[in-house]
Design a protein around this ligand. Sequence first.
Ligand code: 6GU
Length: 238
Amino acid sequence: MTWRAVVLTLFPEMFPGPLGHSLAGKALARGDWALETIDIRDFATDRHRSVDDTPFGGGPGMVMRPDVVDDAVSAALERAPDLPLIVFTPRGRLLTQRRVRALAEGPGAILLCGRYEGIDERVIRHRRMEEISIGDYVLSGGEPAAIVLMDACVRLLPGVMGEAASAAEESFAHGLLEYPQYTRPATWKDMTVPEVLRSGDHAAVAAWRRAQAEADTRDRRPDLWEAYRALAEAAPTA
Ligand code: 6GU
């Protein structure tokens, strides 16, 4: 069964964008996954085809109208009634590899991209949308977030990336950053690749990589390191 993404956006020309290239693009061409867009503006009802209006209570910018968004969502659900409905907003839960994995194992997703200062809260609640953010910074719209989510899911689909994907995914699932990588030449700009990586001693290589992953996680991501340590304390061989 083909993994399916239905994207609701005011900017359908932004898709497939980067997903039309590289491994995701090849998988798309093969039919390993499918991407459809729905132009939210097609559901505007007035002469000016307006999709947004000024916020109640005042403040800058515009808010996407609930009636127009709801009609666009209805059209998506008619096409794909069994897909989970996700809206991208910096107010959402942070996207995690765990959620990506679950979505990749499912049939796909309907992805609603908000623009401007947001979407009227009532349509989000009426449709019980799952609100997702991709990080603590502000984008001008949800489109890049939708591309991020699809990229993360598609690379996990069977046959898309093969062994490399599962290996990298496993490392993150263990809660540590990936170890650093090196290739030829062995010496470059006075920097030499760690001897152990060229030793052929697989156990020593594994130990070195593990130590590097732990040190880098401790230095760069104290949040991940704390969670990892808490887990290690509960189950010492994890
Ligand atoms: Cl999903 N949308 C917007 N507009 N900004 C974001 C985001 C989403 N995630 C992080 N920043």
